[in-house]
Structures are given as structure tokens and as C-alpha cells.
Design a protein around this ligand. Structure first.
Ligand code: NAD
Length: 482
């Protein structure tokens, strides 16, 4: 753990094994922390708050740039470690690290440029302005699928805004985050960044419930988000929740089929489908549905499964067997309800180790099936034909989640109807899953509360204060007696 600038094995007597999902080998151990560790981290973050909050923004910016530089200096090593603990192929981890490094640089600059505002007073003798202040101590609770990126999207804006933080990485992927304590956070004043490791109920819940934790920034499943919200409610704690998704992709009849097939395969199978914005439901215009299905199956059948460290690998393993079991149960449920398997659906016979699952294409699915309603978080592509565009929009919206949505077309009228009517926090046209530092990212409906990235992702970590200053201080005619 990393508490108050000390790297230690914490107060835990038990250790937690970290497993490479491609080989099932143990690649490291970290402390299985408990409440005492969380309390020590809160204490350190609270002690550090006043100094960090009052520091000139340009000095904080320098610290953030240095964090980015430290990550860049150890880029290759971090990419390799991340590949070993998370499983996705090297090029995807290269990208995760690049995005994370850039996020620290982006918020370093945004933080030092950020301004409050002066607003029109109600009287010439008065002065009104709005200030932004940090919330205080922020618990950043992170999932396993993008451990460094999703940490960066919280920690960088939180620090830039003057908060101190406690990072709680997933128990499945704590190693790269801990390495950052040495290569990216060791130069920071003690207590500004702390890292506690362990299971959610053991170390996460004490953070969420602690009265000295002023904000919880969480990315993870809907169920955990609901649990965190219920724990935080009695204290009316500021919450920032990035939860699950079930993203639709609509494919219009005018597309170039080969291009759309390639875009769909990428957006559904990136990180073995374990992306919150993975395409998990596909609606294809009926005029191109048979040809599209055939070309997709052909394309996907040529993708190579393997260890993420092998440069020939397109698709890595899933993170653990229990997640693969859940995906297989959704496939079985669909097949029992009338869906047909075009491709995949099985544990590949030539892999005796690792949590691999063949990329899977399903047809004849409908919205009564779990695979079209529940988050799958695996390499499954269910295809449905649609007749007219209103039907496609209705199907896209027929889901409790509203994280992202993609439309493939060059028809501007369809684009307008899509972004005006589809309920999702991000709309992608022809380029799914591409983020933008300045573009807010987050969900509608059950996909969460708040936004990451951009100015919006900075403002989440600030509370605003309105100052109403009457400089003359005369008696007011609207005071008592009436
Ligand atoms: P998870 O909810 O199981 O765990 C996420 C984190 O919360 C982990 O660090 C875990 O230890 C911690 N945690 C678990 N129980 C807790 C508790 N009771 N109190 C406090 N902390 C607790 O999620 P996961 O399996 O790690 O990640 C996959 C999920 O994350 C998927 O649902 C995916 O859609 C979602 N996700 C969302 C986004 C987004 O931006 N919306 C991005 C990536 C992943």
C-alpha cells in the first residue's frame, strides 16, 4: 500500500494473490487491507489537504506534469505489467498508458487555467462572484478493466482542483497502480495520493462511510454503485458514479459493409468485450442484414486469441472464470430462447489455461433475452435486423442503461435524428469508442451520475461557493419591520 508517502505491506496479515488471466499464474501479492488501512489513508489525506489546497495552481500543475513524465519514463514497463495483470493485448495497454499520461498533462493545464466568475450584482454597491473549491478528501474506487485510465480520469482532475485522494484499485489489478506510487506519485507531498489495496467491502466501504471522506468517485458495476450510494446517503456525500452499459450500434443501409464490420468488431471485442462502452447490441437495416452477418462472421473468425504479451494476439482472455461463466450463461439463455449461434460461444479447445472465450456472434435474438438487456461484458455480438429508423431508435433506447451509442451512416438526416433521440451520454457516428480529453464522458439512466473528462470532469471535483458582498453595508428597506 502507499499511505502518507510510505510504501508498505500495510497492517494486513493476509495477502491477496494477483493472477495473470492468460496463464492463471500468480504474478504478485499485495496486502489484503482492512478498515485500519483505510482509516490511516483517510488520516494522511486529511492532513495533506490544507497545504495542497492552498498551493498555487501553477505549482500543483508542475506536480501533475511530473506525474505524467514519471509514467512516460516507465511506459514500457507499465504496459507490460498491465498486460500481465489485466490481459488485454499490448497495443491496447499502450493506448491506456498514453491516455493516462496525457490526462495528467491535460488536467495540469486545465487546473491552472480554471477561473471562477464574477456575476451581475443586484445593486451597484454589491459585488457577487462564484468561487470553486475542492471538496476535500476524495476516495477514487476503480475497476479492473482500465485500471490506470479510470484512475487517471479521477485522480488528475481531483488533484488539479486541490483535493487529496485515496485510490482503491480493483483487487484483481492492483499491481500497476502500486508501481505508480514509485514512479509517478513519490514526488508529491506526503498524503496527497494514497493507495489502499484489498476487497471492496473491506477497504472500499470504510472509505465510503468515513465522515472525513468528502467525495466518492467510483467506476464499476451498477450493483456496487447502488451499494455505495446507499452507504453515502446518510452523510449526503458528493458522489460521482460511472456504472455499467449496454451500448447499441445502429447500422444504416448506406454503409460500406466492410468498414462497418471492422468498426463493429473493434467496438464489441476490444478488451475482449470488457469495456463499459462495448457495443453489446447491434441493429442492422434488413436490406443489408444477411450480407453484413456473413461478412462479420468471416472477419471475426480470423481474429487471433492469445496471451496479450504475444504481438500476434488480437483478443486476450477474460479477466476471470466467473465472469466468463456469466457470459456463457447469457449465451445459453439466448440459445434456449431461440437465438442461433453463427460463430464461437465456446471455451477454445486449444487453450488449456487462461480464461479465454471464443468471440461469439448471435442472430435471431430479441429483447426478452438476457443478452439484449443485461450487461454482458464479454466477447458477444448479438445482431438484430430493423425495418425503419424509428424502430432502430426505439430498440436502442429500450434498455435501463444509457452510456454510449453508435450510428454507422453518412446520411446527415439520420445522424440528427439519432443524436436528438437516443438516450446516451456519448453518441459516436462512424467511429465508436473514441474519447476526447475535452469531451465529457459518462452515462444517462442507470449508467451513472456525473461526467469524467473535459471541463465537466474537472467541475465534478469542485464545489461552488457564491459570495454576495455588500460593500456599503447600509440599512436595507426590505429588512424588518415591514
Ligand atoms: P465492481 O463494481 O465489482 O468493482 C469496482 C470497484 O469497486 C473495485 O475496486 C471493487 O473492489 C470496489 N468495490 C466492490 N464492492 C465495493 C463496496 N461494497 N464498497 C466499495 N467498493 C467496492 O466492478 P468491476 O467488475 O471491477 O468492473 C466492471 C464494471 O465496471 C462493469 O459493470 C463496467 O460497465 C463498469 N465500468 C464502467 C465504466 C464507466 O465509465 N461507466 C468504465 C469501466 C467499467
Amino acid at each position: 500500500m502507499f499511505i502518507n508517502s510510505n510504501l508498505s505491506s500495510g497492517k494486513a496479515s493476509k495477502m491477496l494473490e494477483v493472477i495473470n488471466p492468460a496463464t492463471e499464474e500468480i504474478i504478485g501479492e499485495v496486502p489484503q487491507g482492512g478498515e485500519k488501512d483505510s482509516l490511516a489513508a483517510v488520516d494522511a489525506a486529511k492532513q495533506a489537504l490544507s497545504g495542497w489546497k492552498k498551493m498555487p495552481a501553477s505549482e500543483r500543475a508542475a506536480y501533475l506534469h511530473q506525474a505524467a513524465a514519471g509514467m512516460r519514463e516507465h511506459h514500457d514497463e507499465l504496459v507490460r505489467l498491465l498486460t500481465m495483470e489485466e490481459g488485454k493485448p499490448i497495443p491496447e495497454n499502450e493506448e491506456e498508458l498514453w491516455w493516462s499520461e496525457e490526462t495528467f498533462d491535460y488536467y495540469a493545464e486545465l487546473g491552472r487555467h480554471d477561473r471562477g466568475q464574477v456575476i451581475p450584482p443586484g445593486d451597484p454597491a454589491q459585488f457577487n462572484f462564484v468561487m470553486k473549491e475542492p471538496w476535500g478528501v476524495v476516495a477514487c474506487i476503480v475497476p479492473w478493466n482500465y485500471p490506470i485510465l479510470l484512475m487517471a480520469w479521477k485522480v488528475a482532475p481531483a488533484l488539479a482542483a486541490g483535493n487529496t485522494v485515496i485510490i482503491k484499485p480493483s483487487e484483481l489489478t492492483p499491481l500497476t497502480t502500486l508501481r505508480l506510487a514509485e514512479v509517478a506519485f513519490s514526488h508529491l507531498p506526503a498524503g496527497v495520493v494514497n493507495i489502499v489495496t484489498g476487497y471492496g467491502p473491506d477497504v472500499g466501504e470504510p472509505l465510503v462511510s468515513h465522515p472525513d471522506v468528502d467525495m466518492v468517485a467510483f467506476t464499476g458495476s451498477l450493483a456496487t454503485g447502488q451499494r455505495i450510494a446507499s452507504l453515502a446517503a446518510p452523510q449526503m456525500k458528493k458522489l460521482h458514479l460511472e456504472l455499467g452499459g449496454k451500448d447499441p450500434m445502429v447500422i444504416a443501409p448506406d454503409v460500406n459493409i466492410a468498414t462497418a464490420v471492422s468498426g463493429l468488431a473493434y467496438s464489441a471485442l476490444l478488451n475482449t468485450g470488457q469495456v463499459c462502452t462495448s457495443t453489446e447490441r447491434v441493429y442492422i437495416h434488413e436490406s443489408i442484414y444477411p450480407k453484413f452477418t456473413e461478412e462479420l462472421a468471416d472477419f471475426v473468425s480470423k481474429l487471433r486469441l492469445g496471451n496479450g504479451l504475444d504481438e500476434r494476439t488480437d483478443i486476450g482472455p477474460m479477466i476471470r472464470g466467473k465472469f466468463r461463466d456469466k457470459v456463457r450463461s447469457q449465451i445459453d439463455d439466448a440459445l434456449q430462447s431461440g437465438a442461433k449461434l453463427v460463430l464461437g460461444g465456446k471455451i477454445p479447445p486449444d487453450f488449456d489455461r487462461g480464461y479465454f472465450l471464443q468471440p461469439t456472434v448471435l442472430v435471431d435474438v430479441d429483447h426478452a433475452m438476457r443478452v439484449m438487456q443485461e450487461e454482458t461484458f464479454g466477447p458477444v455480438i448479438p445482431l438484430m435486423p430493423y425495418r425503419d429508423f424509428d424502430e432502430a431508435i426505439q430498440l436502442a433506447n429500450d434498455c435501463q442503461y444509457g452510456l454510449g451509442a453508435t450510428l454507422m451512416t453518412h446520411d446527415a438526416k439520420l445522424v440528427k435524428r439519432f443524436f436528438e433521440n437516443v438516450q446516451a451520454g456519448t453518441i459516436w457516428i462512424n467511429d465508436p469508442l473514441t474519447d476526447n480529453f475535452a469531451g465529457p464522458f459518462g452515462g444517462m439512466k442507470m449508467s451513472g451520475l456525473g461526467r469524467e473528462l473535459g471541463q465537466e470532469g474537472f467541475d465534478e471535483f469542485c464545489q461552488v461557493k457564491h459570495v454576495h458582498w455588500d460593500m456599503e453595508g447600509h440599512l436595507k428597506e426590505y429588512w424588518y419591520p415591514y
